[in-house]
Structures are given as C-alpha cells and as structure tokens.
Design a protein around this ligand. Structure first.
Ligand code: DX5
Ligand code: ZN
Length: 229
C-alpha cells in the first residue's frame, strides 16, 4: 500500500432496511459507494445472528460493486464456499475465530479472492504477524463486533498507526480497513490520518435522518484530500 491509497467507503448493509434490501444496495451503489460491506454473524463467535448465504447472494445480485464480506463466524473453513462465489468479492475472516489462520487465508487466496483478516479491539497486531505478508486487507475493528450503532473505540487508532508503519516499512500490500462507529467526523478523519483507507459505515449511511445520497456525500467530503500522517 502506498500513502496515496484511495479512500474507499464501504456502507454496511447491516443498518439497511431489510424489507427493501435490494433497493437500498442500489441506492448506495448509485450514491458512490466503493464496496458493499456485508456482515455475516453466526450467534457463536459474536452474540448476534445476522444472515447467511441466501441474503449474501441477494445482495450480490443487487450491485456490480465488490462485496467486502466480513465473516464473524467461528471456524469458517467449511462455510467458505457459501461466500466465495464472485471472484471480485473480498473475504474477511477473524483471527480469533480461525484455529488454522494460515490455512484459511491460503484457501481464500487459492480460490482467487482478495483476503482480509479482522482483529477485535482486544487482539494485538502480533496475532497477524505470520500472515501479514499474504493479506490484501487488515480489518481493525473499532468496536467489539456483533452490533451496529456502537461507539468508536478511540484506542484503536493507535493500533491502526502501528499497523500502517509496519506495512509501510516491510513493503507489504495490505490495505487497512476500520469498522464500527465510523461517522462523517473525527472518527473517519483520524482513521485515515492513522493509515486506514477503507472506511466501513453502517448507521452513518443508512439512517432515517437523511437520504443515502447525502450521507455518502458527507462521508466522502469529510475525508477528501486527507492522507496518513
Ligand atoms: C459490527 C459490524 C459492523 C457494523 C458497523 O459488528 O461488523 O460492520 O455494521 O455499524 P456502525 O457503522 O453502525 O457501527
Ligand atoms: Zn463489519
């Protein structure tokens, strides 16, 4: 990753109106989303169940954008084929959920997908050390995963900074993504300044206060021109 990496906005459909999901995905696509963030929760790795393969397939049919598929699934290996369909889609697994992380990462790469590993707020960067050279994305959770609408954990910014420095100094390719509590304010701006270039936003994009065209424009506008410091 270079310091000039483009800032990508990935609306999380977890906050969308599921009675109108296809239209909501089309709306954020038209409003300039770069990726669609898809939260799959199993009720075991995280204390919530969201949706599985059938809904991911429906989202897939509603946009041409790459899906950024965030698997909050304990030991996801056997379920990977349910989510590794369109080659453009990015598959993200949790370091804490994979007993054989290197094998899982390798499987996803060998299937031709971009691969990411997510780490919870309580998980150190060192948990990634051995797989970091293989990764396209590191997802730094800025909330404890399981629910939308939580507050950004500011301590995660220092982790992003340290991770960014490591990636730069080693010449690795991984982009840094942040997820949880990201709004069109200091949370997005400080994340970019710390080195993240993929911003996930759920409730900041899908809410009753404004149409997604406005919330997307505000998110893009608030980070426009910012770079890692
Ligand atoms: C949380 C999910 C997030 C969530 C973000 O476990 O991984 O992607 O949808 O929602 P907000 O942006 O509302 O915190
Ligand atoms: Zn997520």
């Amino acid at each position: 990753m270079t310091s000039e990496a483009r800032i990508l906005i990935a609306p999380s459909v977890l906050a969308a109106d599921f009675a109108d999901l296809g239209q909501q995905v089309r709306d954020v696509t038209d409003a300039g989303a770069d990726l669609i963030h898809v939260d799959v929760m199993d009720g075991r790795f995280v204390p919530n169940i969201s949706f599985g393969e059938v809904i991911v397939d429906a989202i897939r049919r509603s946009t041409d954008l790459p899906l950024n598929i965030h698997l909050m699934i304990h030991n996801p290996d056997d379920l990977l084929p349910c989510f590794m369909k369109a080659k453009s889609d990015q598959i993200l697994v949790h370091a804490e959920a994979c007993p054989h992380l290197h094998r899982t990462v390798t499987k996803i790469k060998e299937a031709g997908h971009q691969v990411g590993v997510a780490i919870n707020p309580g998980t150190p960067i060192s948990a990634l050390e051995e797989v970091l050279p293989l990764l396209d994305i590191v997802l730094v959770m800025t909330v404890n995963p399981g629910f939308g609408g939580q507050s950004f954990i500011p301590e995660a910014l220092d982790k992003v900074k340290r991770l960014y420095r490591t990636i730069q100094s080693q010449g690795y390719a991984a982009q840094i993504e942040v997820d949880g509590g990201v709004k069109a304010d200091w949370t997005a701006q400080d994340s970019v300044k710390a080195g993240a270039n993929i911003l996930v936003a759920g409730t900041a994009i899908f809410n009753d206060a404004e149409p997604v065209t406005q919330s997307m424009a505000r998110m893009h506008g608030c980070v426009h021109g910012l770079k890692p410091e």
